[in-house]
Design a protein around this ligand. Structure first.
Ligand SMILES: Cc1ncc(C[n+]2csc(CCOP(=O)(O)OP(=O)(O)O)c2C)c(N)n1
Ligand SMILES: [Mg+2]
Length: 320
């Protein structure tokens, strides 16, 4: 595999900086973002590792925690930021908000607030791709909480039966809102529930190279007609389930637990490794950050200078 660590680092850093900028502005006095937000800090290696193995024509289906998937797949940052600001230039014309992003041009089919709702939709899409005899792969991102929904089991069985070109990516961040795995499940090993049905890869989801390698195998299998795979990425979110806090005020996790995972930050780990090997130096890292910072400032400007959708268009684009 070509050494693309710097590219992967940049993609992860960009997502982290976007999320930080959203967090910094979310609760400001003007309150311009009228949308619930579920930030992706800590899980960047999953979106970036998986999407780095996809082509533009491949399609991703994401959930409420979708900013990272959207950006890693090439989604337009300006249109994402406008969507978070409920503006007509947003990727869903300002009607969707943070949990409903799409960018058809870059293969972000949809993101859904219905936990596990995207899993059956993405599976159906993979069936359509197979019937069209395309060689495009669908990737479905969902959480450990979603993996407990019946529709996930049904979708996985159907996909394996029909040998569909799909990869199920479970981001196991150990929590469903604030409930940890050991208070939800008798068997906390998610992979073991599916390994008798389809090929399973369980990886360190904070190691972008490990994610990328496993995703590469799964995506290649899907593309070459061998059928679906299940990828479980062990990771952790640094923030609260939603909004911008970090959940260490005694509600569901301890400061020590968070710190342990922060010490295992996927971005910092890769940065240290690259500095040690001389792949990058401090000046280059600074330049990367400055470039991303400027891009983010421009995206905020784009969003804030766009108009809100007209009230006459309130019901446009609704299909339910
Ligand atoms: C069908 C359905 N049930 C419940 C909810 C409320 N809900 C929103 S996010 C969430 C937790 C999801 O946890 P997980 O799948 O692990 O994703 P994470 O938030 O950890 O990324 C729940 C229960 C919902 N949106 N949809
Ligand atoms: Mg979770």
């Amino acid at each position: 595999m070509k050494d693309e660590r710097l590219k992967l680092y940049q993609a992860m850093k960009r997502i982290r900086m976007v999320e930080t900028a959203i967090a910094d502005n979310y609760n400001n006095e003007v309150r311009e973002m009228h949308t619930p937000i579920h930030l992706y800090d800590g899980q960047e290696a999953v979106a970036v590792g998986v999407c780095s193995e996809l082509n533009r024509e491949d399609t991703v289906f994401s959930n409420h925690r979708c900013h990272g998937h959207y950006l890693a797949k090439g989604g337009d940052l300006n249109r994402m930021m406008a969507e978070l600001h409920n503006r007509e230039t947003g990727c869903c014309k300002g009607h969707g908000g943070s949990m409903h992003l799409m960018d058809k041009k870059h293969g972000v089919a949809l993101t859904s607030a219905i936990v596990a709702g995207n899993v059956s939709i993405g599976t159906g899409y993979a069936l359509a791709e197979k019937m069209k005899k395309s060689n495009h792969v669908s990737v479905i991102f969902f959480g450990d909480g979603a993996s407990e929904e019946g529709s996930v089991y049904e979708s996985i069985c159907f996909a394996e039966l029909k040998k569909l070109p799909v990869v199920f990516v479970c981001e196991n961040n150990l929590y469903s809102i604030s409930t940890p795995m050991d208070r939800r499940e008798p068997n906390q090993d998610i992979s073991s529930k599916f390994e008798t049905i389809l090929p399973v890869h369980k990886v360190d989801g904070n190691d972008v190279i490990a994610v990328r390698e496993a995703a590469g195998i799964a995506i290649e299998a899907a593309r070459s007609g061998k059928g679906p795979s299940f990828l479980e990425c062990m990771t952790y979110r640094f923030r609260d389930h939603h909004n911008v806090g970090n959940g260490v005020d005694g509600r569901f996790r301890t400061t020590e637990e968070l710190q342990d995972w922060e010490n295992n930050c996927p971005i910092e780990k890769l940065k240290k490794e690259m500095l040690l090997e001389g792949i990058v130096n401090e000046k280059k890292l600074y330049d990367i950050e400055q470039k991303i910072k400027q891009e983010i400032e421009e995206a905020f400007l784009y969003a804030r200078s766009s108009s809100c959708p007209a009230s006459s268009e309130l019901f446009d684009g609704l299909w339910g």
